[in-house]
Design a protein around this ligand. Structure first.
Ligand code: LLP
Length: 420
């Protein structure tokens, strides 16, 4: 459930008309609903808290790292799952305690590791033995012990898009399952580290719970064998990945279904269970508003050329993903069209042959389910502005990220004298 609804024929975010936001800010623009964010945060948390006595939730801020979004989620008790030094500083700026931060990622560099040890990050999810050895040296030099989990690659196919699958042996993530016990034991013997658990994350936009179940069962076996060797395993990080409906009416496993599966698998684990949800919290909390520039005649179907492009919402170009397209003020008529942006390559296509609300030049429309992996993946390709973001709360709204104009980007460039 979300808070984007038609009121008097106009699509609103909570009580604010999206037409009013578009008129005031211009398009394209992302709009987030605070009530929806909070609702999703609570539904996910409450479903798990009802089944798991010891729980830690770290919002995967890569999904939407906007400071206002982080503040809302921090107020709901979420820590942060981070993957870079930049995300660490954002999490701290949002007031998320370092102790509630989980540092994931396959390529943390020495500077990032040092900074994370310095501020007291709560858990490092190590992706290799090499990383663990480097972190142990850094922590020792700083007179500290870094608390760690070992990320394991369970070699399970998440049955999602290949570009967002992470748990197959050919993927770069984690250590191979068969070598994990040996690596864990070696890292646990280092003075600079406190190994306390295992981590797994097999992919994103997961719509079938069975692969996750298989992966978690394998992690349970590994946990038991580590304990059998006398090693401590008090925390199990089961990652993120739960999918969200991108099409109206799509039926997917709910947080309650997910929690029931996890509770069944982990019943006798006696650990703190950790999660890193991103999309399930942010995805349906945001839309991107765009304006139709013109409707161009096509051979098989007309092209609806909108002022948003693949630089503003990259997911369709990258993953062939579907985002529902709705007119802000639908006339009731329908049309079949291709929806494209102004960028000069054919991957700048949001939809082909789609049955949509009929639109014409000047009309406003939204791409739905754009709150996760939307604005954060935007760029300025074709010297387009960096897309702004708005947060709505009841009848209030505010810009929470400015549009960055091409002039500002140009001003950050310089031509050395010797070149010309
Ligand atoms: N934990 C780890 C270690 C991850 O790599 C990810 C996502 C998450 C948690 C959060 O997963 P989520 O709950 O959001 O599914 N840009 C792609 C998605 C990339 C996901 C990367 N890792 C997209 O737009 O679909």
């Amino acid at each position: 459930m979300d808070h984007f609804t038609y009121q008097n024929g106009v699509l609103h975010a909570e009580q604010v008309s999206l037409a009013d936001i578009a008129d005031a800010v211009g398009t394209p623009v992302y709009v987030y609903s605070r009530a929806t964010l909070t609702r999703h945060a609570r539904v996910f948390r409450d479903a798990l808290a009802a089944k798991l006595p010891r729980l830690h939730l770290a919002y995967a801020m890569k999904a939407n790292p906007n400071l206002a979004v982080l503040k809302v989620l921090a107020a709901e008790g979420y820590g942060a799952d981070i993957v870079s030094g930049g995300e660490l500083e954002r999490a701290l700026a949002a007031g998320i305690p370092a102790a509630d931060v989980v540092f994931s990622g396959v390529g943390k560099d020495a500077r990032e590791l040092r900074r994370a040890v310095e501020v007291g990050v709560g858990q490092f999810n190590l992706e290799s033995e090499e990383e663990g050895i480097e972190l142990a040296e850094i922590a020792l030099l700083m007179g500290k012990r870094a608390v760690c989990a070992l990320r394991v690659n369970p070699d399970v196919d998440a049955k999602t898009h290949a570009k967002i699958s992470t748990g197959k042996s050919e993927n770069k993530f984690g250590v191979p399952y068969d070598r994990a016990a040996g690596i864990y034991a070696r890292l646990a013997s280092l003075d600079g580290l406190e190994m306390r658990g295992l981590a797994v994350h097999i992919g994103s936009q997961i719509t079938d719970l069975d692969p996750s179940r298989q992966a978690f069962l394998k992690m349970g076996d590994l946990m038991r064998s580590l304990r059998g060797q006398g090693l401590v395993v008090s925390h199990m990080d089961l990652g993120g990945g739960l999918g969200v409906p991108y099409k109206q009416g799509e039926q997917l496993p709910t947080p309650e279904d997910y929690a029931a599966m996890v509770a069944e698998v982990t019943a006798d684990w006696d650990v703190t269970v950790m999660f890193e949800p991103g999309r399930v919290i942010a995805g349906n909390s945001g839309v991107m508003i765009t304006r139709v520039i013109r409707v161009k005649e096509g051979v098989a179907a007309p092209f609806v050329v909108v002022d948003a492009a693949m630089n503003d919402l990259a997911r369709p170009a990258l993953y062939d993903s579907w985002h529902d397209f709705l007119a802000v003020e639908p006339s009731g008529e329908r049309m079949v069209a291709n929806i494209v942006g102004p960028i000069c390559e054919s991957s700048d296509t949001f939809a082909m042959h789609r049955d949509i609300d009929a639109v014409k030049a000047g009309d406003l429309a939204v791409f739905r389910t754009a709150g996760a992996y939307g604005a954060t993946m935007a760029n300025t390709y074709n010297s387009r502005p960096l897309v702004p973001e708005v947060m709505v709360d009841g009848d209030k709204w505010a810009l929470v990220a400015n549009r960055i104009d091409p002039a500002a980007i140009l001003a950050a460039e310089q031509v050395p004298e010797w070149l010309v």
